[in-house]
Design a protein around this ligand. Structure first.
Ligand code: TYC
Length: 109
């Protein structure tokens, strides 16, 4: 895989030696976005959150909600840092707006 600038010697003599810089892709740091269980947030609300912010269908969102309900914590998705941070903020703002104590956190993979 090659990309990056093509570098010549720039002397305008028409006798350019052009080299290419080879870039090796680094794998991005990834973060899990997790929901935490609590005793008060309605199950239906959690399912709605998972559908709305994590693009899951009703069946998958219900599976995730029940996993959190039974195990205390569960993964909604894996994202790069900025996307994960945005998800956490969106979920926390939405829960607060509806006065539910639902907690959403991110964790480096
Ligand atoms: N434990 C909650 C209840 O019984 C449901 C719930 C599930 C809450 C998942 C939060 O992340 C959560 N109503």
């Amino acid at each position: 895989m090659t990309n990056g600038p093509q570098r010549g010697n720039g002397d305008d003599t028409g006798s350019e030696l052009v080299t290419k810089t080879r870039t090796v892709a680094k794998r991005p740091n990834l973060y899990r976005v997790l929901l935490l269980n609590d005793d008060y947030t309605p199950m239906e609300f959690v399912v709605h959150v998972v559908e709305r912010f994590f693009q899951k269908n009703r069946e998958e969102a219900t599976r995730i909600m029940l996993h959190v309900h039974h195990h205390g914590v569960g993964e909604c998705g894996v994202f790069t840092y900025e996307v994960a941070e945005t998800k956490v903020t969106q979920v926390m703002d939405f829960a607060r707006k509806h006065q539910h104590p639902l907690q959403c956190v991110m964790e480096k993979k």
